[in-house]
Design a protein. Structure first.
Length: 65
């Protein structure tokens, strides 16, 4: 099973774990149509949106793994 890390891109996350979209929406991250999703890491996106990467990763892992 793939591991969720702060360095993976949003695109990689959504491709590997399609159900991650619900968690991203919970955090008000509209990654599905975002051009940055292909290149932006989870850490970069969390920082840009004023979110804690640790909280985001914790929620993703709890919901998906």
């Amino acid at each position: 099973m793939a591991e969720i890390t702060k360095d993976m891109t949003f695109f990689e996350l959504m491709r590997t774990f399609p159900e991650s979209v619900k968690v991203l929406q919970k955090h008000n991250l509209g990654c599905i149509g975002c051009m940055g999703a292909q290149n932006e890491s989870l850490e970069q996106g969390a920082r840009a949106h004023g979110l804690s990467i640790d909280s985001l990763l914790q929620d993703l892992k709890a919901a998906l793994l």
